[in-house]
Design a protein around this ligand. Structure first.
Ligand SMILES: [Zn+2]
Length: 204
């Protein structure tokens, strides 16, 4: 069910379906071109122009928040939470993503997570967020959730998020790079045992 999803570390996923979609490319080695690149916010480990260039072709569409878009060239579309757009036939929704108990990603920045549908599966990537009330309204088959704490929610909080979202599969992210370790991913999986299937992807 998730053979088409590869984790390239941190919040970087390559998702293949009707199109090849990357999320927040950071420290990537691949040059496999993207049809669509989704950027959640302007922090350097999410909005990385040098990494984006590695996978950007003339027809690649980048969807980003305005503060990141200003650093990019090519086909760029900007979004704020609540926006819904269709890019190359793929429906993409930008949803809220913010901290509630720390100040790194305040709600007024209008940073985003994304929900998009590939191969008939709704995929949610949460961005750098805490456990927020809006998650109760998110419906997704696959949820990509940060688990490291510090700048984002902890593994325990991510368990609560997954219980709200009730995806078929939850995949932990945002560890092993800037902060967090596989321990956080395992804690997340243990917390959801017998409730939500968790798959810890191997970094590629
Ligand atoms: Zn951030």
């Amino acid at each position: 069910m998730i053979d088409n999803i590869q984790w390239l570390g941190h919040d970087t996923f390559r998702i293949k379906g009707e199109k090849t979609i990357y999320t927040d490319p950071f420290k990537i080695r691949t040059k496999d071109a993207a049809d669509i690149i989704l950027i959640t916010h302007e922090h350097y480990d999410h909005c990385s122009p040098e990494d984006i260039k590695k996978i950007q072709g003339p027809d690649t569409v980048i969807v980003a928040t305005p503060d990141c878009a200003g650093q990019l060239s090519g086909k760029v579309k900007t979004v704020i939470p609540g926006d819904r757009i269709t890019v190359q036939g793929i429906e993409i929704e930008a949803v809220p993503s913010y901290n509630t108990n720390k100040q790194f990603h305040t709600k007024d920045r209008n940073w985003v997570g994304y929900i998009f549908t590939v191969n008939g599966q709704r995929i949610y990537i949460a961005g750098d967020t805490d456990y927020i009330p809006e998650m109760k309204n998110i419906k997704a088959d696959i949820a990509l959730l940060p688990v490291s704490g510090t700048y984002v929610m902890t593994a325990e909080e991510a368990v609560q998020a997954a219980l709200d979202i009730k995806p078929e599969i939850a995949i932990p992210m945002h560890y092993n790079s800037i902060v967090g370790s596989e321990k956080d991913a395992k804690k997340f999986a243990e917390g959801l045992k017998d409730k939500v299937e968790v798959i810890i992807l191997k970094q590629e």
